[in-house]
Design a protein around this ligand. Structure first.
Ligand code: SF4
Length: 107
């Protein structure tokens, strides 16, 4: 069931424009190939599986031409974003005792 339109509702385009304001253009972003790899750990997802998935995501970031721009942008974002893999940086998962070291750009 959809919500009825309101004259006070600005609509999806202005809403998306506001949400995406300041988001850099990430040419050649590799994450669009497998966005599922980058997601935060699912509830019930085994630690080992999430870690392996995030390592695959970070490997894609390592070959992404926009990794430096992405990483700089990510540093300005709320903590919530950092539950996912962004800019080659993997989150520390519940059950891990250390924060994974970020991959070196171009290493
Ligand atoms: S660095 Fe990683 S998260 Fe950022 S745009 Fe590239 S592939 Fe996506």
């Amino acid at each position: 069931m959809s919500r009825p339109a309101s004259i006070h509702d600005p609509g999806i385009v202005p809403l998306l424009s506001a949400l995406l304001a300041g988001t850099p253009k990430l040419d050649g972003a590799r994450c669009i190939e497998r966005p599922d790899l980058f997601d935060p750990r699912d509830r019930g997802e085994p630690l080992k599986a999430a870690r392996a998935r995030h390592q695959q995501a970070a490997a894609l970031c390592d070959s992404c031409p926009s990794v430096a721009l992405c990483r700089a942008w990510a540093a300005t974002q709320p903590r919530e974003l950092h539950r996912a893999v962004v800019g080659g940086i993997r989150p520390r998962l519940a059950g891990e005792h250390t924060t994974p070291a970020p991959q070196l750009i171009g290493a």
